[in-house]
Design a protein around this ligand. Structure first.
Ligand code: SF4
Ligand code: FE
Length: 484
């Protein structure tokens, strides 16, 4: 396993083509806008090296028998799935942001199932290819970007019906030694902090879409790949010299648009090639795993609840019954999210490949709650924090020899608490509910791992309605529905 320092050094060896604010970023690792997101991924390495977190953060590879980072592991039991949920919460609590590495783990696990299923159907040899690739990822302790979301163009049209054929990533040409691919993947979490990109289709496909039914892996700096960094609310505060105003000084997440401009993929890295019948299965498996992964938000919720209790104390309001009740409400919502992620793991099952997969219905119910509860938790946090969270002057004013004394005096809360500490915790709540971390805690909770409607469709498909109706009819004595 790599250390956090080795991970950082490994990123420096990549030759990524990254753009931000219209300019090429030659050194993303040290860029002040990107670095906090690198720190968050580096934390997945640091935590794996700490003995107290070993059981949660690491696992034994079923391929080699060696201890590996759990983010590269293929789940071998329900306990593995449960530990994955625990890991997400733990990492969320230690970073208070999206730590990005789950998408690759979820892509590897989904592919371990679907490559096996395709081989069983077609007699192909995808499993062998995939396991060779998996061994490489595990051995080198790599970060993989799990790239699913295509730009999608006109949503009423299928991939092959789009006026611009590149709106879904597709095969542009076939060569003796591999394929040429063209298209893009949008909203790619942690893309610039990744060693590898694992591409998957974004929706179920029909025969006419077969050129779009592809999955493959590439080094993140393969020729023809360009990253265009997404903006986040309040992001340029990271460029100022007022660390207190950032709220979370160390950690953050990032998303990027990844463009594949006629990129070559050798055959040994192609894991699905025009098997359109299995595109939907790959999407469903990845989405279910990633919906479980949203246990991360429970960990971020832990931080926000802790910050809310702290500001209540700093304001001298913590003994008020309505504040106590709001904190209870936040905890109840947050633990409900945890219950959802744990339950889909505990009800997991073994796939024919041997990989353990979460319960699809429960994973979708869990993620549906994630599209709602963090917003309510954030609303309560803002209620408890008070308006000062958004009217607070900058750290520079606080440090000013002329006016700093006024801020010190008038922003004093409880007498035993420094004004500076009160400002720091307010900025953290601002960061989590309105600033850069709100991307991860709120909007990503809404749209990450699929927007709410995607989960509702899955819930309606997975629920056994016939069984429910039978229970009801049996209990009230309905036997024959045909009229005499
Ligand atoms: Fe992982 Fe959560 Fe970020 Fe998704 S949103 S990559 S589950 S930390
Ligand atoms: Fe996500």
């Amino acid at each position: 396993m790599m250390t956090a320092e080795q991970y950082e050094e490994s990123l420096r060896r990549l030759n990524l083509v990254v753009y931000m604010f219209g300019k090429r970023i030659m050194n993303p690792v040290d860029d002040p806008m990107i670095r906090p997101s690198m720190n968050a991924v580096a934390k997945t390495y640091e935590m794996a090296g700490r003995p107290e977190f070993r059981d949660i953060m690491t696992a034994i590879s079923h391929l080699t028998g060696k201890r590996i980072n759990r983010f590269t592991h293929i789940h071998q039991s329900r306990e593995d799935l449960i530990n994955k949920t625990r890991m997400g919460r733990l990492m969320g609590a230690h970073t208070a942001c999206c730590f990005q590495r789950c998408v690759g783990m979820d892509a590897l696990n989904a592919l371990s199932i679907v490559t096996y299923d395709m081989d069983a159907e077609y007699g192909s040899s995808y499993t062998k290819r995939f396991l060779k690739y998996l061994a490489f990822v595990q051995e080198n302790d790599l970060v993989c970007d799990g790239a699913m979301t295509d730009p999608k163009g006109d949503r009423s049209l299928s991939p092959s019906q789009q006026p611009d054929p590149d709106m879904y990533l597709h095969v542009a040409a076939e060569k003796p030694d591999g394929i040429i691919v063209r298209g893009a993947k949008a909203h790619q979490t942690g893309a610039v902090n990744s060693h590898e990109i694992i591409v998957m289709p974004t929706i179920s496909m029909r025969e006419e879409d077969r050129d779009y039914a592809i999955s493959f892996a590439l080094p993140s700096d393969a020729p023809g790949i360009t990253y265009i960094m997404g903006r986040q609310s309040c992001d340029t505060r990271k460029l100022e010299d007022n660390p207190m105003d950032v709220g979370n000084r160390t950690f953050g997440g990032h998303e990027a648009l990844v463009v594949f401009d006629d990129v070559f993929v050798p055959w040994d890295r192609v894991f699905m090639y025009r098997e359109y019948e299995f595109a939907g299965s790959l999407v469903e498996k990845f989405a279910s795993y990633h919906r479980q992964s949203y246990a991360c938000k429970t960990g971020v919720g832990d931080v926000l609840i802790g910050a809310s209790q702290t500001i209540a104390e700093y304001n001298g309001a913590h003994k008020a019954s309505h504040i106590k009740d709001k904190i209870i409400e936040m905890n109840q919502l947050n633990e409900t999210l945890y219950c959802g992620s744990l339950s889909c793991a505990a009800e997991g099952h073994k796939e024919p490949s041997g990989t353990y997969c979460v319960n699809t219905l429960l994973a979708n119910v869990s993620k549906q709650n994630v599209t709602r509860f963090p917003y309510e938790i954030a609303r309560l946090a803002q209620d408890i924090a008070g308006g000062l969270m958004v009217t607070l002057p900058s750290e520079a004013d606080f440090r000013s020899p002329e006016i700093g004394k006024w801020l010190e005096k008038y922003y004093q809360g409880a007498p035993n608490v420094s004004t500076e500490n009160r400002m720091k915790i307010l900025r953290l709540i601002e960061n989590l509910t309105l600033g850069t971390a709100a991307v991860g805690y709120l909007t990503e909770s809404m749209h990450g791992a699929g927007s709410p409607q995607a989960q509702r469709i899955m819930i309606s498909r997975q629920v056994n309605m016939g069984e429910k109706q039978t229970y009801a009819k049996n209990l009230c004595g309905i036997k024959d529905e045909t009229k005499p």
